[in-house]
Design a protein. Structure first.
Length: 341
């Protein structure tokens, strides 16, 4: 009769699926050992049949269980081996050695930030979602002013009453009051970041552009100081010696207010296609902070005054690199991005 111990020992020696199959055929297969032994039972007496039959059944059960266990182990090994083979090693270095880099706009924005930091300005990005109050009323723009209407401003959700007050900032002047309160006075602040306007897009307008608001609040601030710093800053950023000129203009949050033109860095104020023949390019808006704004920041306008300026960083970058269409900055064209990487 088959010896269970021997059969199990044979099974233990089995190391792969083919050997396991052989084992099955020899011991458990229809034509082989166990079955042959069962067949022999017919010739035995009923007692012997009973006794031997029970023993054979026991051997069969034990061998079958051991066989199935081993079979499962092999199946698992096979699955694991396959998984190992299929594994994609994401840590592998790709043959391509391209590296990311700052976009042109980010580069220019950061460069200006460095200049302002070196002059001890605090840098604060503010937030892109602001209340109507922050964007307009806090800086002396009454809600009846045309700029507050839908054609200029992107409202988040007009239907839901809890959102009606929220808009995407149209300028970083929206943070003037918050920042004066946050940092206290005297204050030198530079607030760069994206702003949004409900504008139709063309070569010089986009619904989103990079803007920066600068502000100095102190005692005895003068326009002369401002003009000098601006001239130096622009000359540094535009890589040319720049002269600026101030033109009186109206902005509700400053008094007096100015539009500031820089001499064209491309033609040196002689007149070219970039400055449309005038020799000057409008780059900045500025003015002495309006007493109402100073009051909104809980300061006494007789004691404190200030200067604010807004600058279109996208425009500045376009002028510096002679880029005729500001939509290149954001349209994701890799040829453009790579040429400035
Ligand atoms: N916030 C204005 C705008 O986005 C620009 C501006 C004008 C900013 C005069 C200033 C300023 O700080 O003094 O159109």
């Amino acid at each position: 009769m088959i010896e269970l111990k021997h059969a199990l020992w044979e099974l233990e020696k089995v190391t792969d699926a083919v050997q396991l199959d052989n084992f099955f055929q020899i011991y458990l297969g229809k034509k082989w050992l166990l079955n042959e032994e069962f067949k022999l039972l017919v010739a035995l007496s009923p007692e012997e049949k009973k006794d031997k039959g029970a023993k054979l059944s026991d051997i069969k059960t034990q061998l079958t269980t051991a066989y199935e266990l081993k079979n499962q182990i092999f199946a698992m090994d096979q699955i694991n081996a396959q998984l190992e083979k299929d594994l994609v090693d994401i840590s592998l270095d790709v043959a391509d050695d391209r590296q990311g880099s700052y976009s042109l706009l980010a580069k220019v924005r950061r460069e200006i930030e460095e200049v302002y930091k070196s002059m001890w300005f605090v840098i604060d990005y503010g937030h892109e979602i602001v209340t109507k109050y922050e964007n307009f009323e806090s800086v002396n723009i009454p809600l009846s002013h045309p700029a507050t209407e839908m054609h200029d401003t992107i409202y988040l959700n007009q239907k839901d009453p809890s959102w009606q007050n929220l808009i995407l900032r149209t300028h970083n002047s929206a943070h003037q009051i918050e920042d004066i309160k946050k940092y206290g006075v005297p204050l030198k602040l530079w607030s760069p970041g994206r702003v949004y306007r409900f504008d139709s897009m063309d070569a010089s307008h986009d619904v989103m552009f990079q803007y920066a608001e600068g502000m100095v609040v102190d005692k005895n601030v003068s326009i002369a100081q401002f003009k000098d710093t601006m001239q130096k800053l622009l000359s540094g950023i535009l890589w040319k010696s720049i002269t600026i000129r101030l033109r009186p203009s109206y902005f509700p949050f400053v008094e007096p207010g100015f539009e500031i033109d820089a001499s064209c860095p491309i033609c040196g104020a002689k007149g070219c296609s970039l400055c449309k023949g005038s020799g000057w390019i409008e780059l900045l808006w500025a003015g002495m902070i309006h007493p109402n704004v100073i009051k909104n920041a809980w300061l006494d306008p007789k004691e404190w005054s200030g200067f604010a300026r807004g600058i279109g960083v996208s425009r500045l970058a376009a002028v510096r690199y002679g880029i005729k269409d500001i939509r290149y900055f954001t349209n994701g064209d890799l040829r453009f991005a790579k040429s400035f990487a």
